[in-house]
Ligand binder design. Structure first.
Ligand SMILES: [Zn+2]
Length: 246
């Protein structure tokens, strides 16, 4: 496979540009905002679930309170009705009077007990409603933090995509300077190992960082300038420059 030395050097420009694209791709996949968004989404979902549970509790307690209040009203109405009968003076029998007085006393005690129950439910309901308010505020904070992180992610992605688009635009003119068969080999190697071509620098392949043997260096020295040579170690295209140590 042959390519003029200048065309071979263009492979180094191409490799540098492709490494830049790889770095941008890596940055895109490992943006710190992605982990942050993941964490905040989980927090938001957990808080949203807790808000619903707390609202259900508060709703149940509101119904319990209404029921207890209605029980109080029923007992109070019965006591008042009995009291009116007692006050009317129409009950003559001492036994009936005693029985009525006893019932009224019993209803008043029952009313007191039920009012205690109402108070106790009201306290629990207030606590539940405070919990709803607190959780909603935490949930809303998580939602705001999530949106802010998403905005930062979108801005970072837009910046990365802009840089990548600029690099991709510069690529065809460089690739166009390389003979098609050499370019195809470069692309194949790049697909296999991420780097298609590397400089031979001071007797070392900068693709795999291996120092070439004397025999390999001699072989490369003997090769024609337009011969495309490969690293024996990593098989990448080795590009000779003035700094190759040949
Ligand atoms: Zn190598």
């Amino acid at each position: 496979m042959k390519a003029a030395p200048e065309a071979q050097k263009r492979l180094l420009d191409l490799a540098e540009l492709d490494a830049g694209l790889d770095r941008l791709g890596h940055r895109r996949r490992t943006l710190p905002e992605l982990a942050e968004i993941d964490e905040l989404s989980k927090q938001f979902a957990a808080l949203a679930t807790r808000v619903i549970a707390a609202e259900t509790d508060a709703g149940d307690l509101a119904r319990d309170q209404a029921k207890a209040e209605s029980d109080v009203d029923t007992v109070r109405a019965r006591a008042e009705r009995d009291q009116k009968r007692l006050d009317s003076g129409q009950i003559a029998s001492p036994r009936d009077l005693a029985s009525l007085q006893s019932e009224i006393a019993s209803l008043r005690r029952r009313q007191d007990d039920l009012e205690e129950v109402v108070l106790e439910i009201m306290e629990r309901r207030e606590a539940a409603e405070t919990q709803v308010t607190t959780l909603k505020s935490e949930r809303d904070k998580a939602a705001a933090a999530l949106r802010a992180a998403e905005d930062r992610r979108d801005a970072a992605l837009a910046e990365i995509d802009k840089e990548a688009a600029e690099l991709r635009e510069r690529r065809p003119p460089i690739a166009g300077d390389v003979p098609a068969d050499v370019l195809a080999l470069y692309e194949k190697l790049r697909e296999q190992s991420g780097i298609g071509a590397a400089m031979l620098h001071g007797g070392r392949c900068l693709g795999c960082r291996t120092s070439l043997s004397i025999a390999d260096l001699n072989r490369i020295r003997a090769a024609a300038r337009d011969e495309v040579v490969r690293c024996e170690e990593c098989r990448r295209i080795l590009v000779r420059t003035g700094e190759s140590g040949l």
